[in-house]
Design a binder for this molecule. Structure first.
Ligand code: UTP
Length: 291
């Protein structure tokens, strides 16, 4: 079994109902954040973290993702003809980003089920899971930070962020204690899915980045559908916790929930402001608004 994290799974088989009607035809993962589809941010993060093989879990009607990462012969020929060399480089760059495999999830039976669909492509080695609608702005890519912890400790790592107040009820929340040697690490003994604020066992909320050992696949196979008839990834991780060490890791960086309308708007504003081409005129525009 390879001990290196070489593969990343992108569950993108969900229905994206929170973004209807935009997502009736267009996959949520293809919605643009400024000028790049959400999933491309995750794919670039994976590549910048040393991942060699990307596995995207798709579903019916989500072929646009495959086309996006493929060569677009007509587009490239047209850009070449028109002498638009910079745009041609952008188009070619997208299709040569990484080795990408696709696997279909035939029914949206939950995040755990989507991860399980990638079992044969991952094989018997540790791997990463990236939820494409969690976009993370970080100096060192979030996944790279997590792989660093995996390499050091040799166990599964879940990205977390500290969430204050009732907002914690939207997350899976860790039970456990802070690691004595590293204040960013949380030694996990359990987890609860979407607890009431008063019942939350900690402020450590799980977000959409995971490094997991392959044992999770067997445990997901044994997991019975939970909330909403779906196979939950957190149920699989809860079973993993009983057998292996699992760590929470408070990553350095800022996460946006771009699968949610408000989160997408916040990400759009912040990513646009950071851009050298758009930032200055956009800032001037925002300052001129009577807010
Ligand atoms: P979400 O719950 O955020 O996505 O799942 P969703 O179900 O598509 O969206 P809403 O809630 O209806 O708006 C997180 C990630 O897991 C994937 C989604 O595509 C998303 O990237 N997912 C979810 C699957 O791949 N399969 C599933 O059965 C469920």
């Amino acid at each position: 079994m390879s001990k290196q994290v070489r593969k990343a799974v992108f569950p993108a088989g969900g229905l994206g109902t929170r973004f209807l009607p935009a997502t009736k035809v267009i996959p949520k993962e293809m919605l643009a954040l400024v000028d790049k589809p959400l999933i491309q941010y995750g794919v670039e993060e994976a590549i910048d973290s040393g991942i060699e093989h990307i596995i995207i879990v798709t579903s019916r009607g989500k072929g646009a993702m495959e086309d996006h990462f493929d060569h677009s012969f007509e587009l490239n020929a047209a850009l070449e003809r028109k002498g638009k060399h910079e745009l041609l480089a952008v188009s070619r760059g997208v299709s040569s980003l990484a080795q990408i495999s696709y696997v279909r999830q035939k029914e949206p039976l939950g995040l755990g089920h989507a991860v399980l669909c990638a079992k044969d492509l991952v094989g018997d080695e540790p791997f990463a899971v990236i939820l494409p609608d969690d976009v993370i702005d970080a100096e060192v890519p979030c996944l790279k930070q997590m792989i660093g912890i995996f390499d050091e400790r040799g166990c599964s790592v879940l990205a977390t962020q500290t969430v204050e107040g009732p907002a914690i009820s939207a997350y899976g929340v860790l039970i456990g204690s802070q690691d004595p040697d590293n204040e960013r690490i949380y030694n996990c003994t359990g987890m609860v899915e979407k607890p009431k604020f008063e019942d939350a066992p900690s402020k450590q909320a799980i977000i959409g980045r995971y490094v997991l050992t392959p044992r999770i696949f067997e445990l997901l196979e044994q997991t019975t559908p939970g909330a909403g008839g779906e196979i939950q990834l957190t149920d699989g991780i809860r079973a993993l916790l009983k057998e292996e060490k699992v760590l929470g890791y408070t990553f350095e960086g800022k996460r946006f929930d771009a699968g949610d309308k408000l989160g997408m708007l916040q990400a759009t504003v912040e990513f646009a402001l950071e851009r050298s081409d758009l930032g200055p005129p956009f800032r001037a525009y925002l300052k001129g608004l009577a807010l």
